[in-house]
Every structure is written in structure tokens, then in C-alpha cells.
Design a binder for this molecule. Structure first.
Ligand code: BG6
Length: 295
């Protein structure tokens, strides 16, 4: 646990023996840095990112909870991404044992937050690095309310991947799926074609996607494989040139080097009765592009 010298914010640095590493901020419970065994940063963080509350950090993996996007009355993407999380000193055991290289964080309702979202919960986040450098995020959310009432939420791991050139990127696994197009008032459409490619602004939520999505970044000869569990949907976002210019914490040209793809639960919000717990997991790995998506 260290205090970042530039940002003044506290973060955890996880290092695996073979060379991969991850940085996780208590602010937002946000992973900002993920380095492969070969030493490259695999996540995008804007050069203009603010590391100053109350703005969320532009990049890495944002935790969107209890609301994704503007599908509700809360602020865009909910409040978890701009709250200070705590270290979870004694997390309940995981059903599946995960890597030893991990950190556990927790977020609970504050008196302030109860005014905007009147529910009691415990949100436990485990960030883990596997021996071969895969990054695994597991969220466990429990309704701890004593009012006998269920609550509902939507969720996403809003993941900013670093890519060499967006116009060369291909995403496999989303073809033929239905999606909500946020650029067309959330109209429901069906994806055509073999793979998703990028030629203009994209802001979509793919529905009931397969457990494995592959992001192929040609130039760097790198492929990301995203595996998900408990999260049926997938968000895909790139602001392209015009929107980039309108975002104060994002460089005008940076859209060329990033792509957001993240596991989500949005079409069917998760409902938790008192005492119930939900679990959602996203695992990402980076492999050479010679990797065949059939593997
Ligand atoms: C996407 C939304 O998921 O996130 C977009 O669908 C939004 O509409 C983008 O612009 C970034 O959101 P924010 O709040 O981090 O600027």
C-alpha cells in the first residue's frame, strides 16, 4: 500500500513473480495499471485524467454501480467509481480459490449516499493477478438491509483497453447479437457482419453475450481475451473525434488508442433480497495475436 507521489491518492501495487503487475486505487476501487509479463501497460489511462475527487479517473477499469450509464436517476455510471473504498481485512472465503496475489476492497453505504440510494449493502471487490499475468476482478454485492426490502442495480466493469490503432481493432463474440444503441436513444438493433470494427463513434450495450469476447489489436500483434461470469451483457464504447474534444479529461486524439469493452448487467437489473448476495466476475488476459479465437 503506497501513496502515489503525483496524485496524492492511496493505491495498492500487486506484483507477480514473473513480472506482471497491477495498480489499484482506493478511490473508485479502480484498477489503473496492468502490466503484462513482457512489461507493457495494457490499460488505457488518459494523459488528461484527473486523479482528483469527485471526478472519476478517466481510464483503467471503472466500477459502475449501482447504475450503468444514465439508465436510472443516479449520476452517470453510479457513485462507486467516485467513492473512497476501504481495505477488506477479513473477506468471507471465496467459493473458488483464486491467486495469492490479490487485494480485497469494500464499499458500504454512507449516510450521504443513503439520501440518493436508500439501501444498505456490502460491495466486496477482489482484484487478483494470476501467475501468468491475467487480471481477475470479482465483485460480491450483498443486501445487508434490515428493512426487509429488496434492491435492484445495474453494473459494469467499464474497461479501457489500450490499443495501437482503433481502426485496426476487431472484436469477436458480439456478431449477430442484439444491442441497445445509446447513440439512437437506446434503440434495440441486431449486429450484422462477422466481427465488430470501428469507423466512427460507438456507444452500445450488447445483450446476452457469450462468456468469452476477443479483442484483436492487429498492429501490436496482441489479443485480449475477456471472460465473464454472472454478467450477461457487454458495453462497447469509443467516443471518436468529436466527443473526444468535448471531454475535458480526454485528449483530442486519444480515442485512437483506446477501446472500452466491459462485462455488464444492464438489460435485466440484478435484484437482491435482504441477505442475498450476487457475484460477477471479469477475467482478462493478453496473448499474442496468433492466438486463435477457437482456443
Ligand atoms: C459509456 C456511455 O458507457 O460511457 C457513454 O454509454 C459515455 O454515453 C461513456 O459517454 C463515458 O462516460 P463518462 O461518464 O465516464 O464520461
Amino acid at each position: 500500500r503506497v501513496t502515489d507521489r503525483t496524485t496524492g491518492l492511496e493505491k495498492f501495487v500487486l506484483r507477480e513473480a514473473r513480472g506482471s503487475s497491477v495498480e489499484v486505487y482506493l478511490y473508485g476501487g479502480q484498477v489503473t495499471f496492468w502490466k503484462s509479463n513482457s512489461g507493457q501497460q495494457l490499460l488505457f489511462v488518459s494523459n488528461k485524467a484527473n486523479f482528483k475527487p469527485p471526478k472519476a479517473i478517466r481510464g483503467g477499469i471503472q466500477i459502475c454501480f449501482p447504475q450503468l450509464g444514465n439508465h436510472g436517476v443516479l449520476e452517470q455510471h453510479g457513485f462507486a467509481r467516485n467513492r473512497f473504498w476501504s481495505v477488506d481485512e477479513s473477506p468471507p472465503p471465496f467459493p473458488v480459490s483464486s491467486s495469492n496475489c490479490h487485494v480485497d476492497l469494500i464499499l458500504k453505504q454512507s449516510q450521504e449516499d443513503l439520501k440518493i440510494w436508500p439501501h444498505s449493502y456490502e460491495f466486496r471487490l477482489r482484484v487478483a493477478l494470476s501467475p501468468r499475468g491475467d487480471l481477475i476482478l470479482t465483485s460480491r454485492i450483498r443486501n445487508t438491509g434490515s428493512d426487509g426490502k429488496p434492491f435492484q442495480f445495474t453494473f459494469a466493469y467499464h474497461t479501457y483497453f489500450s490499443v495501437s490503432d482503433i481502426s485496426e481493432v476487431r472484436v469477436e463474440g458480439l456478431e449477430t447479437l442484439d444491442y441497445f444503441d445509446n447513440l439512437q436513444s437506446k434503440t434495440r438493433c441486431t449486429e450484422q457482419g462477422d466481427a465488430v470494427v470501428f469507423e466512427s463513434e460507438v456507444d452500445k450495450v450488447y445483450l446476452s453475450a457469450p462468456q468469452k469476447i476477443v479483442i484483436i489489436d492487429h498492429e501490436k500483434k496482441r489479443t485480449f481475451v475477456l471472460r465473464k461470469d454472472g454478467l450477461p451483457d457487454v458495453v462497447v464504447w469509443n467516443p471518436w473525434d468529436k466527443k473526444s474534444k468535448a471531454m475535458p479529461d480526454f485528449g483530442d486524439e486519444e480515442y485512437k488508442n483506446m477501446l472500452c469493452v466491459g462485462a455488464a448487467a444492464i438489460e435485466k437489473p440484478i435484484t437482491l433480497k435482504p441477505g442475498e448476495e450476487w457475484q460477477g466476475r471479469q477475467e482478462i488476459c493478453a496473448v499474442p495475436s496468433s492466438y486463435s479465437s477457437g482456443q
